[in-house]
Design a protein. Sequence first.
Length: 278
Amino acid sequence: MNPAQKALWYIESHLAKPLTLDEIAGVAGVSRFHMVRAFAAATGFSVMRYVRARRLSKAAQALAAGAPDILSLALDADYSSHEAFTRAFRDHFGVTPEAVRAATCLDRLKLQEPIVMDSTLLDNLKPPRFETSKPLLVAGIGERCTHENGGAGIPNQWQQFHQKVDGIPARIGKVAYGVCCNGDDAGNFDYIAGVEVADFSDLPREFARVRIPEQKYAVFTHAEHISTIRRTVNTIWNHWLPISGMKAADAPNFERYDENFDPATGNGGLEIWIPVRE
């Protein structure tokens, strides 16, 4: 398993929490020395420089959108004071947070976007089972994923989901779903990190919702660390499906996370449900 892939996933999933090199190396299952070398070789960044660049970039986006409280942004970015945050922000971007907020644009800032995880093909994809799903109502945290970012912000959606899931009314069971829906020809789609609910009648407006109809699915098991999910998904769509004799149906596809999955470490496995037709 590639330690840099695990580190990238963990960083993106925990940007709003304190992070240390020891913690990241521990999740990746390697020493600090190994982590530093592996991450730099894969990304060109040191681990903590990448963390800092991602946090400052998110703060810059919030400032350009008019965030009124710079101290809150500083604390969210793991800086202890307004002054420390301002110093780091100015060193990184060459301007102050106040200047970015006043300008309301990011045109001159070099933002650090999430580094996209490995999506090369697998050579050992296990055959799927086939199931007809029952209709599902799923509610949770939704974002539009663009062709440019490739869904690289999805781990952060799951972080928000775990913080807010207790506020979703009429929840059914403990299974979580990552639903891809409303795709367009440019490769953009909506992604909802959510749970099954009985109905949408009392759902607060902050939560996204999607109806999944009864549908035949090819169900694949992804038993490896969550960071390699792009490889499995890419192999399904670009290798298995073209030679399967089946076609993709016009319906949402989704990931299914049962109680074996550990969101803190990314281990435990999941299922990938692909809608198909003969």
